[in-house]
Design a protein around this ligand. Structure first.
Ligand code: S3P
Length: 440
């Protein structure tokens, strides 16, 4: 059954206020489920994101025999089967909208003594998987895909993978993680060199599960054949979900917001650095470490923003936050220029094209370039935009409503549930005039 379309209608005006917690970090939640499933013994997760993407990952492991209780209010107990304990899934594994599920699972399935199929929704089937197929085949798995390295993936696992050294051609935490996870099942050492730092949750969490991982400059190395030990994982709030409210508070008048328990891993805080450089008043309070990840409360107040040239080195550190940053740029004085962000074209949608088209529909001078965007800040008009089923684009345009001159109609918002269940309620409580409309 195909569900009807869900649209957001956002009233013009409002201000973001309050003190609350956004849901758990998506990247960390995926990894907690995966490593918990592959560990010996029990793993207790708290703060898990109960979004559709993470539930897809959990469903995949249940289909391979892993037992888990929950999630209930973010609490999940996983009885791990150890690295060699899973059985073949009886049907194809459905990753839904989730690139992280598909790419990281591909790494794990590459090392299994059985074959499996990974598939997903229409958006996921447009995304490039050659980037994981190539290294995993070098390690000894066989992976067939649709044309152009697109899903579905038919993976013939190989329990005797060979460790490799792999130089990542793109700065991608998903590819890095796929290779490292396959390395758990490989003979000898597996190492990955990254062209620029990317989120390091896999490396941190492997260590949390008692697995030795070495980082020397830009290279991460592990040796296959060890064991993961079940543990407790406390998932912080997702800075990528916090980003929408950060931007909402910066651009709206009289805003004063504290977002609690947000993960501020330095491989994820590009959004804070960029918005601060634009003049955003953002303070990190109560900085602490929780379960191997840095966490803080973030205080944000209304600010006069100015356009900047975004340094390319910050791009991988803010890769998921550009839709929200573009909205901030549209509200800034002067020009914001982003370059070196071609990867945005292969996310849940082509985020360069879709954001440029949406901003233009709202009267903003936004020009898409091959690898980024040029935005001249100014007034945001009311109007109609299409999120193309991309959760982050839907939530970014919702925040634009705070300063728009008329209501904004955002089409195709159902996928917000992939990463941010409860967004409409939380947004309303924070001060956004948002209602839902079932589309045709
Ligand atoms: C993720 C890595 C990033 C990011 C995605 C989550 C992860 O993707 O965009 O939302 O959890 O490893 P890439 O590795 O493709 O940059």
């Amino acid at each position: 059954m195909t569900e009807s379309r869900l649209d957001y209608i956002v009233e013009a005006g409002g201000s973001i206020k309050g003190r609350f917690r956004v849901p758990g970090d998506k990247s960390i939640s995926h990894r907690a489920v995966m490593l918990g499933a592959l560990a010996d013994g029990e793993t207790q997760v708290s703060g898990l994101l109960e979004g559709e993407d993470v539930l897809a990952t959990l469903g995949a492991f249940r289909a391979m025999g892993v037992q888990a209780e929950g999630p209930v209010n973010g609490a999940l107990q996983i009885r791990g089967l150890g690295l060699r304990g899973m059985r073949a899934p009886e049907v194809a594994i459905d990753c839904g909208n989730s690139g992280t599920s598909m790419r990281l699972l591909a790494g794990i399935l590459a090392g299994q003594p059985f074959s499996s199929i990974l598939q997903g929704d229409a958006s996921l089937h447009r995304r490039p998987m050659g980037r994981v197929i190539r290294p995993l085949e070098q390690m000894g798995a066989r992976i067939e895909s649709a044309e152009g390295g697109r899903p579905p993936l038919h993976i013939q696992g190989n329990p005797r993978l060979q460790g490799i050294h792999y130089e990542l051609p793109v700065a991608s935490a998903q590819v890095k993680s796929a290779v490292l996870l396959a390395g758990l099942f490989a003979e000898g050492e597996t190492s990955v060199t990254e062209p620029a730092p990317t989120r390091d949750h896999t490396e941190r969490m492997l260590q949390g599960f008692g697995y030795a991982v070495r980082r020397e400059e830009t290279t991460i190395t592990l040796r296959g054949g060890g064991n993961l030990h079940g543990t407790r994982v406390q998932v912080p709030s997702d800075i990528s979900s916090a980003a929408f409210f950060m931007v909402g508070a910066l651009i709206s008048p009289d805003a004063d917001l504290v977002l609690e328990d947000v993960g501020v891993n330095p491989t994820r805080t590009g959004v804070i650095e960029i918005l601060t450089r634009m003049g955003g008043r953002i303070d990190l309070l109560n900085l602490r470490e929780v379960g191997g990840e840095p966490v803080a409360d973030i205080h944000i107040r209304s600010s006069r923003l100015t356009g900047i040239c975004i340094p390319e080195k910050l791009v991988p550190l803010a890769i998921d936050e550009f839709p929200a940053i573009f909205v901030a740029a549209a509200c800034a004085t002067g020009r914001t220029v982003l370059t070196g962000a071609h990867e945005l074209r292969v996310k849940e949608s082509d985020r360069i094209a879709v954001m440029a088209t949406g901003l233009q529909a709202l009267g903003v001078a936004a020009e898409a370039t091959e690898d980024g965007m040029i935005i001249d800040g100014g007034l945001i008009q009311g109007g109609s935009v299409d999120s193309h089923g991309d959760h982050r684009i839907a939530m970014s345009f919702a925040m634009a409503g705070l300063v728009a001159k008329g209501p904004i109609h955002i089409r195709d918002c159902r996928n917000v549930a992939t990463s941010f269940p409860g967004f409409p309620d939380l947004a309303r409580a924070a001060g956004l005039g948002l209602r839902l409309e079932e589309g045709a």
